[in-house]
Design a protein around this ligand. Structure first.
Ligand code: K7E
Ligand code: CUA
Length: 671
C-alpha cells in the first residue's frame, strides 16, 4: 500500500479495517475441528434433507449439493459453456449464450433466487444472475437445466439480482455500474460521470405458468452503484429495497472516493406504485438491444430473439415511487426478515448494523420526515426509519439470514465470523468463527416468509490451512452449522466448485418426486429427430453433410459413413432412443474442435464437425452405458475434396450400401 493511500485511509479511520482484510483470522483452526460429523452423515441408501442450489461465481455455473452431507450432485451449465454436456457447444444450445454482443460463453454468477408462492418456496424454478454481461437465467427444477436466459439493457454488472417477490411476480436486476444509457453516445470522457452516467433497475416479470421472463419496466435512477436487494414481504409486499454505494458518484479509486461520505443509501422502491404509473401511461419507450433466449423442451432447441425496446419510468414523472434511507458506510447486503417488518442493511465499513422498520418508514413517508433530496429523490431522516442498531456485531458485516424464530444471522467478512442476534431487541446472542473470510451465508428458506431453519451454511472466500493445498490456488469452501440450539455449532467443512457467493436450499421432498426421467420419443419435435433406426440417413446439402443418427445400448446407427470430403461440415443429429431413466449416450469424434454432446433419453442434439483432412475418423459413445459401451463406436471416412467417393452409410454389415434416404442396410437385411 502506498504511503499517501495509507495516510488517506488512516484519516478516514479505515486503515485498520482495510488492512484487516489481510490479517484478521481466528487464531486456531483446531478450535473448530471438533464439529459433530455424525449430524452430516447420510447413511448409504438414505437421502439428504435439502437440495442446496449454490452459485458458481466465476465459473459461471450453478451447483447442486445435498445438505447436510455437503455432497456435490450436479453442476448445472448456465452462463458458461460446458464440455461435459455439450451445453453451449451443441448447435441446439449455442443460442442460449447469445447476447447483443454476440456469443458470450462465460459469466460471473453470484446470486440464486428460488421461485415463491405466497412467500414460500414452490419448487418450480431457480433464477441466477450473470454479473458481467448483464443477464438473468431461469433453471427448471424438474430437469436441473437452464431453460431461459434474458439479457438486461442499460446495465453493466448485474449484481443486485435476481431477487424475487413473494409470488414470483418479479425478479429484479439492478446495475452495479451506472453507465451512459444504451441509446446515448457513450463515447464520453469518464470524468463526466456525474452528467452522463445513469443507474437502472429492471423489473422482470415471470409468467406464472411457463416461468418465462420479460422486462416489464425499468426505473431510471441516479448514477449510483447498486449492490444487493430484497423484496418486501407480508406487510412490506409491494416494495423492494436496494443497497447503493458510491453516492459520491466517483469514477476513480472507489475504495477511497466512494467512502468519502459517512452514509450511502438503501433505496426503497414502491413497485405497486410503479405499476400504477405504467398503467397511467407514464412509461416511455426506449430503443435498446438485448437478447432473449429460450430453450424449447419439445424441439430440444434454443432460440435467441433480439428485442429492441424497453419501457422506462423516470422518477421525476413518478413521485412517491422512490425513497432513500441513509445507511452507514458502503452498504452491501439488504435483507428483509420473514415478517417483512425489518430491513437489515450491512455497511461493510460500519461499526454497527442498522435495522430499519417498515412501519416507521411508512410513517416517515406519510409525515414527510425528510432530511433533503438526492437527485430529486426524497431522503428520509435516518432516525425516522430506524428501529435500532445492532451494536458491536463484528467487523465487515455483509449479509443477514433469518431462522423464522426471531433470530438473525449476519456474516462478518473481516472478522471471519457469523453473529447471531435477536430481532426483538437487537442483542447479540452468539458468535461463531468461520474459516475464513465469509461472504454470504444461507439458511434453507432463510429469505422466505417461512424459513426451514435447522441448518446454516457459510460460504468462505479463503481456506488457507483447511484443505490439502493444490498449487497456487486453494479451494473455496462452505461450512455447515447446526442452528437448532442456542449456540451455533459447526458440523462440516466441504469444498465447493467455483466461488460460491449465495445459495438457496429447498427441502428434498419438494423436488424429488417431480424429477423428469426421460423425454418421450414420440413427443420429440426436433427437425432432425430419428424416431427409430429406420429413420436414420445421411444427406448432402452443398458442403453440409447431415447425419440422422441414433443411439441405443450398445450401438450407433449408422456406424460406417463414407463419402465425406475435406472441407465438408458434418452435422451429427444424434437421437437417444432409450426410454429408461439415467441412460444418456454421448458422442465424440476425433479432431472435433468443440466438445462432446451428451444426449438424454428421447432427446436429439447436434454436434458439428469439420472434415479438415483425409483419413478415417473414429467416433464413439462417451458415457459408460452398458457392458458393451466400449463397443459403441463407428468410423467416418474422409476423401479428398472433389473426389468421387459416393455418400454411403450402414450399420451391421461389412459392405456399405448405396444411400437410399430413409433406408439403411440393417433394415434392408431384416426384410
Ligand atoms: Cu456478497 Cu456478489 Cu452477493 Cu459475493 S456478493 S459475497
Ligand atoms: Cu452409449 Cu456408451
Amino acid at each position: 500500500m502506498s504511503n499517501s493511500l495509507t495516510k488517506i485511509l488512516t484519516a478516514l479511520g479505515l486503515f485498520a479495517i482495510v488492512t484487516g482484510f489481510q490479517s484478521c483470522k481466528p487464531k486456531t483452526a483446531q478450535s473448530a475441528a471438533g464439529g459433530d460429523a455424525s449430524k452430516s452423515f447420510i447413511a448409504p441408501g438414505k437421502y439428504d434433507e435439502f437440495y442446496n442450489i449454490v452459485s458458481g461465481g466465476f465459473n459461471g455455473q450453478v451447483a447442486v449439493y445435498g445438505i447436510p452431507s455437503g455432497r456435490l450432485f450436479r453442476i448445472i451449465p448456465v452462463f458458461s459453456q460446458s464440455p461435459e454436456s455439450g451445453y453451449g457447444f451443441s448447435e441446439e444450445t449455442k443460442p442460449m449464450l447469445n447476447t447483443s454482443h454476440g456469443f458470450v460463453p462465460w459469466d460471473d454468477q453470484h446470486h440464486i433466487a428460488l421461485s415463491q408462492t405466497k412467500g414460500e418456496h414452490d419448487g418450480r424454478w431457480a433464477f441466477a444472475n450473470g454479473n458481467n454481461t448483464p443477464r438473468l437465467a431461469r433453471i427448471d427444477l424438474s430437469t436441473f437445466r437452464t431453460a431461459e436466459i434474458l439479457e438486461i439493457p442499460n446495465s453493466a454488472g448485474n449484481h443486485a439480482s435476481p431477487f424475487i417477490t413473494e409470488n414470483s411476480e418479479y425478479i429484479v436486476a439492478a446495475t452495479r455500474f451506472s453507465v451512459p444509457l444504451d441509446d446515448q453516445n457513450g463515447d464520453v470522457p469518464i470524468n463526466t460521470y456525474k452528467q452522463n452516467f445513469k443507474g437502472s433497475i429492471s423489473f422482470v416479470s415471470v409468467n406464472p405458468s411457463s416461468g418465462e421472463m420479460n422486462i416489464a419496466f425499468q426505473i431510471r435512477t441516479p448514477g449510483v452503484n447498486f449492490d444487493l436487494s430484497r423484496a418486501g414481504k407480508g406487510k412490506s409486499h409491494g416494495w423492494f429495497f436496494f443497497s447503493c454505494y458510491n453516492s459520491e458518484k466517483a469514477n476513480t479509486l472507489l475504495e477511497v472516493n466512494a467512502s468519502a461520505k459517512d452514509k450511502d443509501f438503501v433505496m426503497a422502491v414502491n413497485w405497486k406504485k410503479a405499476e400504477e404509473y405504467l398503467k397511467a401511461g407514464k412509461g416511455k419507450k426506449q430503443a435498446v438491444k438485448y437478447a432473449h433466449n429460450v430453450y424449447d423442451e419439445n424441439t430440444h432447441t434454443a432460440t435467441s430473439v433480439i428485442k429492441t425496446e424497453v419501457m422506462v419510468l423516470d422518477p421525476a414523472d413518478c413521485p412517491d415511487m422512490l425513497y432513500l434511507i441513509p445507511c452507514p458506510k458502503s452498504p452491501h447486503g439488504t435483507d428483509v426478515d420473514p415478517t417483512g417488518e425489518y430491513i437489515v442493511a450491512s455497511g461493510k465499513l460500519a461499526a454497527s448494523i442498522p435495522v430499519f422498520s417498515f412501519t416507521k418508514l411508512q410513517k416517515a413517508i406519510a409525515d414527510k420526515v425528510f432530511e433533503g433530496e438526492y437527485d430529486g429523490i426524497p431522503v428520509i431522516k435516518y432516525e425516522a426509519a430506524l428501529q435500532g442498531e445492532v451494536a458491536k456485531p463484528g467487523l465487515g458485516p455483509l449479509h443477514t439470514e433469518f431462522d423464522g424464530k426471531g433470530n438473525a444471522y449476519t456474516s462478518m467478512f473481516v472478522s471471519s465470523e457469523i453473529v447471531k442476534w435477536r430481532l426483538s431487541d437487537l442483542k447479540v446472542l452468539d458468535r461463531v468463527a468461520t474459516y475464513y473470510s465469509i461472504g454470504h451465508l444461507s439458511i434453507p428458506g432463510g429469505p422466505t416468509a417461512k424459513p426451514h431453519g435447522k441448518y446454516m451454511i457459510a460460504y468462505n472466500k479463503i481456506t488457507k490451512d483447511r484443505y490439502l493445498p493444490t498449487g497456487p490456488e486453494l479451494t473455496q469452501s462452505a461450512q455447515l452449522f447446526d442452528i437448532t440450539g442456542e449456540k451455533m455449532k459447526m458440523i462440516l467443512d466441504f469444498p465447493t466448485t467455483g466461488e460460491p457467493h449465495y445459495a438457496e436450499a429447498i427441502p428434498a421432498s419438494m423436488l424429488m418426486g417431480k424429477q423428469r426421467k426421460i423425454y418421450k420419443i414420440e413427443e420429440n419435435m426436433h427437425p432432425y429427430v430419428s424416431k427409430g433406426e429406420g429413420q436414420t440417413k445421411v444427406e448432402r446439402k452443398g458442403n453440409q453433410v447431415h447425419v440422422w443418427m441414433t443411439a441405443i445400448r450398445s450401438h450407433l446407427t449408422p456406424d460406417n459413413i463414407e463419402g465425406v470430403k475435406v472441407g465438408d461440415e458434418v452435422y451429427f443429429h444424434l437421437t437417444n432412443l432409450e426410454q429408461d431413466w439415467d441412460v444418456p449416450h454421448g458422442l465424440a469424434i476425433k479432431g472435433a474442435n468443440n466438445a462432446e454432446i451428451l444426449v438424454m433419453p428421447g432427446e436429439t442434439q447436434t454436434l458439428k464437425w469439420v472434415a479438415d483432412r483425409t483419413g478415417i475418423f473414429p467416433f464413439y459413445c462417451t458415457d459408460f452405458c452398458s457392458a458393451l459401451h466400449q463397443e459403441m463406436q463407428g468410423y467416418l471416412r474422409v476423401s479428398p475434396a472433389g473426389s468421387s467417393t459416393p455418400l454411403l452409410f450402414s450399420t451391421g454389415t461389412n459392405k456399405p450400401a448405396v444411400t437410399t434416404p430413409g433406408i439403411n442396410v440393417a433394415d434392408t437385411m431384416k426384410k
